[in-house]
Design a protein around this ligand. Structure first.
Ligand SMILES: [Zn+2]
Length: 119
């Protein structure tokens, strides 16, 4: 991978990067000049819409139903049905899907992501 080099506009010294999400700051080690830029991580730039699909579980517990209700924004009846039958509970961007995955895993829910989730 190619690394970009940045030079200080004040004194010409090579600047180093300090990444403080979501801003990337360039700092000059010689004169202390700071340039703020913005660089997003790959996951934030991903425009793909991912579908989160729950794998059927015939006997969901209350925590699992609550989690699916929260993810889908629908009521407990919908949530229970979607777990029992399996089905899509969310469609959206990678950064959101990542949060949902952690919630699913906390609640031991099985799922698929379509298309394949690379993060
Ligand atoms: Zn400088």
């Amino acid at each position: 991978m190619e690394e970009n080099k940045y030079y200080c506009p004040e004194c010409g010294a090579e600047m180093y990067e300090k990444y403080e999400k979501p801003a990337l700051n360039l700092i000059c080690p010689k004169c202390g000049c700071i340039l703020a830029t913005t660089r997003w991580e790959k996951i934030d730039l991903d425009e793909t819409e991912y579908e989160v699909i729950i794998t059927s579980d015939i006997n969901p517990n209350m925590d699992q139903i609550k989690a699916i209700s929260k993810i889908s924004g629908k009521n407990f009846i919908f949530a229970k049905n979607v777990i029992v039958n399996g089905g899509m509970v969310f469609k959206g961007r990678a950064a959101e899907v990542k949060n949902i995955i952690s919630l699913l895993e906390t609640n031991s829910l099985k799922y698929d992501i379509v298309p394949k989730f690379p993060y």
